[in-house]
Design a protein around this ligand. Sequence first.
Ligand SMILES: Cc1ncc(COP(=O)(O)O)c(C=O)c1O
Length: 395
Amino acid sequence: MKRIYIDHNATTPVHPEVMREILPFFETDFGNPSSIHQYGQKAHYALEHAREQTAKLLNASPGEIYFTSGGTEADNLAIKGTSSALQKHGNHIITSQIEHNAVLNPCKFLESNGFKITYLPVDSTGVVKLDELKKALTDKTILVSIMTANNETGTIEPVEEIGKIIKDFNLKTGSARRVLFHTDAVQAAGKIKLDVDKLNVDLLSISGHKINAPKGVGALFVRKGTKMQPLLHGGHHEGNLRAGTENITGIVGLGKACEIALNSLEKESTHLLKLRNKLWEGIVKNIEHIHLNTHPTQSLPNTLNLSFEYIEGESLLLNLDLKGIAASAGSACTSGNMEPSHVLSAMGVNPILAQGSLRFSLGLNNTEKDIDYIIETLPVIVAKLRAMSPLNKRQ
Ligand SMILES: Cc1ncc(COP(=O)(O)O)c(C=O)c1O
């Protein structure tokens, strides 16, 4: 049977060039970068080269890149690391209702330890309400954490404008202490251009396995001079901010994936957008009673999230899988959980419609033929499920 993977926001395959780059570091070049001998030096050189490649993707300096075990750790380090360093200045953090759990749960943890958290609402297209952000900033605020693009819907947040609002607030209050701005760019990296200066961010998280590098590696950009406490205490690795012998194979892979992403960003995003538009047009033409949950213009080029009336997303997903199509209902981390997505709920999507949501996320190996197959297969499945659905009152 034909098999199509169209769930790249969950994870991606390792790029063949990334794979080639990594292999020697399992076999011949397995040294510890802290060792003095040739083995160690080779690993140390690879580590610093990967730091340069990663920094380049974000227009940062290599010294501002700290490798972590993934997006979750980068988000935790950004939020808990800054809040413990800055708690004497204030105990207020602002985030949004649509963040990934890697941001929401550290915030909830801090909330249970005396911090005050504001969860900003979004509009019906999933965009954070900027007037609410302006109202929420106080002299107790130490950090704002708003994602660059949402993993479920692909909607891009106005990060540059948010950075400007925070910068203006800091200038107006004029105190030595300033509000820091973190963005979770785990889904945005490699799909849209990222420039930490243009975005006015102090901290930015990325994850290897979302950009065709291995799982278990990520990075946090930390602007020079930002006060942070480590999460892990141990050796002097990563500028004393992240103890533990470095995951050289993963880090080499992340560096190479960043280099590839930077060099192919325009070509790849044009290709993905063309495929995604074809998919959307094919679905709209062939299926009635659907709702678009992805922002119509401000969205990642690879993501399409839609709701189908009278159907549950899970049944749709299972039937697609039987036909060889691997997509997703909501985010991978919440699959198997019948609660409607917190992202769609925050957008005000009716809970029944939210349960009928499906996410297609395109990537490296998807082709026009894949899209043709989905457009051919999906309407048949939808018609079959609707005919059986107790939710379908029109029968
Ligand atoms: C927006 C976002 N942030 C953070 C994460 C967590 O990244 P990781 O799987 O590398 O821990 C994910 C993973 O799905 C994500 O989509």
